[in-house]
Design a protein around this ligand. Structure first.
Ligand code: FAD
Ligand code: SIN
Length: 548
């Protein structure tokens, strides 16, 4: 198969890019690959909303920039923050034009929400199911766009580079070039090649590396692992964001989120003794940035020997609560919690990956012809901790910028429009593509024991949760690395000897992601933002990204 533009992922990042590119090039084919159903994405589960400066009377770009920089704890790229904040509202307007419906107040103005770390009300939302509404609007627009083809149930295994043609590719190879991807097409059960001159990775997060996560099953860090295997650059993976308030429901995975917007509307965190504890930790109390709130909860749980803390909403007006949070109200009721009478048990859960595939201001990766945006990318916006509701915004801004880079000759700071062929002058696409070998299944057999995969996944999630969670130490990180080494060896052996399956590939990818998180955490001899190591409790004066 060949595509003019190949997009991996059908969340907000992939679909935004696909729509823009398809509309600009009506005669070209845009192919979107997604590993399960097209709407099964992190995007669909977003609750709180999308941040953007909307109310010019009270809010300003400067305030949103400042809030983002404060949350990022010194590690944000100022230029990127400015780009996202200033271009964001225009991207949100485009989404509204696609038909996304954001809540309005009685006067007909957008009803703006507030979340941790925001100094103003600036979050557009659709009840407490904003992501579902955005995904619906985007997929609806895609359906109307004749030159976008979505191939669902198609698992991307690896990106193809000159390595697959027998060239030596190392971390220091200058012109690593993406030529397409190998996929396991679950519709045909065949491994196929999809070739393209332009590939965009929008593969989302990696929350499944942890035992407790708000992320759906698809969030297995596939894009990050693929780029790492292809010798591209990955950065800042140690900054895994734990959402402070996932519903505490033992044995249920993924965890149901209780959006931070509930605290934005006045929800109060209490420990097991009923004490409102956040004022002990930060003057912004329940609306401090997420790293601070998650650590405070972790501390209260450890001190009190409890498995959760509680969110108190009993003082809310019932009608108002149900109006803004109907999904949360129903979910709690379904497990016997009437939020007007009972406290909601909550605990932190792995939620978001701030680091990822290193990209520049036009979403270019270190691999030629390969762009990345959305949660899998590390743009420099989030630094050491993401400000709430900045993720959906970032995904749209960089999907647009990747499209700009493709369509504008010499965009201000971008590179060349088309990378030179790594195979020398005059070597055309057709000749290169013909030389790419088919996937080799020689010597592999059908997997006989699925338990080898499922048990290893559980082990990985335990290692990451027990040793590389909210609070880290040098010894825990060292122990995690040793355990990961063993899992890596066993899984590579399995990969070499059995036929590939999505489960095996996801396990392999999650082990790589685990390794990158631990490695990043080991390099960072300080505590900053989401990375807190009790052996190095202070901030280092040397500000730097950890690039692997
Ligand atoms: P996703 O939406 O996750 O899409 C990833 C896509 O890649 C999927 O289609 C998947 O099938 C595909 N894919 C992955 N690997 C492969 C592969 N190997 N082969 C083929 N396809 C593949 N952010 C906010 O800004 N505001 C919020 O209110 C908010 N709330 C959230 C609530 C929850 C419960 C969660 C989990 C996240 C929330 N976030 C929020 C974060 C935000 O939703 C995500 O960061 C964002 O949606 C990521 O979008 P994306 O397009 O990068 O990836
Ligand atoms: C939430 O609604 O609390 C999640 C928002 C986010 O992750 O940005």
């Amino acid at each position: 198969m060949q595509a003019d533009f190949l997009v991996i992922g059908s969340g907000i990042a992939g679909l935004t890019f696909a729509l823009k590119t398809a509309k600009h090039f009506p005669d070209k084919k845009v192919m979107v690959i997604t590993k399960t159903q097209s709407d099964e994405t992190n995007t669909k589960y977003a609750q709180g909303g999308i941040a953007g400066v909307w109310d010019a009377d009270k809010d300003s770009f400067d305030k949103h920039i400042s809030d983002t920089l404060i949350a990022g704890d010194g590690l944000c790229d100022n230029n990127i923050v400015e780009i996202v904040v200033k271009e964001g509202p225009e991207r949100i307007r485009e989404l509204i034009n696609y038909g996304a419906d954001f809540d309005k107040d009685e006067k007909g103005d957008y009803a703006l929400g507030k979340e941790g770390g925001h100094s103003e009300f600036r979050i557009l939302h659709h009840k407490d199911v904003t992501g579902k509404e955005m995904e619906r609007a985007l997929l609806n627009e895609v359906e109307k766009t004749h030159n976008i083809e979505i191939i669902s149930h198609c698992f991307v295994i690896d990106i193809i580079t000159q390595h697959h043609l027998g060239y030596l590719v190392t971390k220091s190879t200058q012109n690593i070039t993406c030529l397409g991807v190998y996929v396991l097409n679950l519709n045909t059960n065949q491994i196929e090649k999809i070739l393209s001159n332009t590939t965009l990775l929008a593969t989302g997060g990696c929350g499944q590396a942890y035992r407790t996560t708000t992320n759906p099953k698809i969030a297995t860090g596939d894009g990050v692992a693929m780029v790492y295997r292809a010798k591209g650059r990955i950065e800042n993976m140690e900054f895994i964001q734990f959402h402070p308030t996932a519903l505490y429901e033992p044995g249920v995975s993924p965890s149901f989120l209780i959006t931070e917007a509930v605290r934005g509307d006045g929800g109060i965190l209490r420990n097991k003794d009923g004490e409102a504890f956040m004022e002990k930790y930060d003057e912004r109390k329940d609306l401090a940035p997420r790293d601070i709130v998650a650590r405070a909860i972790d501390n209260e749980m450890k001190k009190g020997g409890s498995d959760c803390v509680y969110l108190d909403c009993r003082h809310f007006d019932k009608e108002k609560f149900i109006h803004h949070f109907p999904n949360i109200y129903e979910k709690c009721l379904s497990i016997g919690i009437d939020v007007m009478q009972h406290l909601i048990p909550v605990a932190p859960a792995a939620h978001y990956s701030c680091g990822g595939i290193q990209t520049n201001e036009f979403a270019q990766t270190s691999i030629q012809n390969l762009y990345a945006c959305g949660e899998c990318a590390s743009t420099g916006l989030h630094g050491a901790n993401r400000l709430a509701s900045n993720s959906l915004l970032e995904a749209m801004v960089f999907a647009h910028r990747a499209y700009l880079h493709l369509t504008t000759p010499n965009p201000s700071k971008g590179g060349e429009l088309k990378a030179p062929s790594p195979f020398g002058e005059g070597v055309g696409d057709e000749a290169v593509w013909k030389a790419i070998p088919d996937w080799n299944t020689l010597g592999t057999t059908d997997p006989r024991e699925m338990i080898l995969i499922t048990q290893s996944l559980k082990e990985l999630q335990s290692i990451m949760s027990d040793y590389v969670g909210i609070v880290r130490t040098d010894v825990r990180l060292e122990r995690a690395m040793k355990r990961l080494d063993l899992l890596f060896e066993e899984t590579e052996e399995l990969y070499r000897s059995t036929k590939v399956s999505p489960q095996l590939c996801e396990l392999r990818n999650l082990i790589t992601v685990g390794y990158l998180i631990v490695k990043g955490a080991e390099f960072r001899k300080e505590s900053r933002g989401l990375h807190f190591n009790t052996d190095h409790p202070n901030k280092s004066i040397l500000l730097q990204d950890v690039v692997l």
